[in-house]
Design a protein around this ligand. Sequence first.
Ligand SMILES: N[C@@H](CCC(=O)N[C@@H](CSS)C(=O)NCC(=O)O)C(=O)O
Length: 298
Amino acid sequence: MLRQYKIAIPNAILLRFTSYFPVRSLGLIRGFCSSPSMATGIYSSSEAFATTSPPKLLFRQLFEKESSTYTYLISDIAHPDKPAMLIDPVDTTVDRDIAVINELGLKLVYALNTHCHADHITGTGVLKTKVPDVRSIIARTSLAKADILLEKGDRIRVGNLYLEARPTPGHTSGCITYVTGDAPDQPQPMMAFTGDALLIRGCGRTDFQGGSSEKLYKSVHSQIFTLPNDTLVYPAHDYKGYTVSTVGEEKLFNPRLSQDKETFKNIMGNLNLPYPKLIDIAVPANLVCGLQGQDSKI
Ligand SMILES: N[C@@H](CCC(=O)N[C@@H](CSS)C(=O)NCC(=O)O)C(=O)O
């Protein structure tokens, strides 16, 4: 697909060009601007120019058993730097994640959260202290601190792979679903990292942190169920032993979200779940990238 890209190079000169391929090794693209004066792309000063070879996805699903949390590792291993990102790392499994990254020869550049978690402490802050130059990312609407605060439609790039940020509020007001690119050189089928908005045969609760069953229903139906049916669904948690689903499968078989809106709201209003055990510790910590009471560079 022919698209226009703008880049900020290390000496702060802004360039605008047209390309069939993304050419940065990593970066965040905030929309596509038509004039250099409107540039809002964010790039690190250490970025190298990428090759124009097609991306090759390395993907790992990692599990943290105390909170039943999935962490996802994504890298473009066709790029010489093998730049990588982690989605929803947990503080207690950061060393495991770093070991995998080192074993595979990857360079971790981004640590992303799908939202401000209530049941465990994010690993993004700890990662920043252990791996040089890692930048933390979360939605601006989460009201949490991070190096990069995402807006709707922002793209996070590693090598020639990118994820698009789709706001999916409802579990919390700052939830984001990250979706792989829709260009021909991006992974097929597409992949959606749904956080707690959409779980396999379930969904995130809506009874705290700005939760709203009305909003969650709209988010999932407008931002996730509109993706191609073969889109792979990777949630932030699973409590039943599932690992992956598809959009088509969840549209048909999700016992909550396949219902009409009023039935869904009724189900969500009667879950009667106990609050997460760590909520009073996790939420304040996650609002500061998991580094509460510690020396944070954020
Ligand atoms: N028992 C766990 C918390 C379980 C829980 O409430 N999970 C959340 C996602 S983490 S805030 C959820 O939305 N669950 C939906 C469901 O239907 O189970 C603990 O104490 O940590």
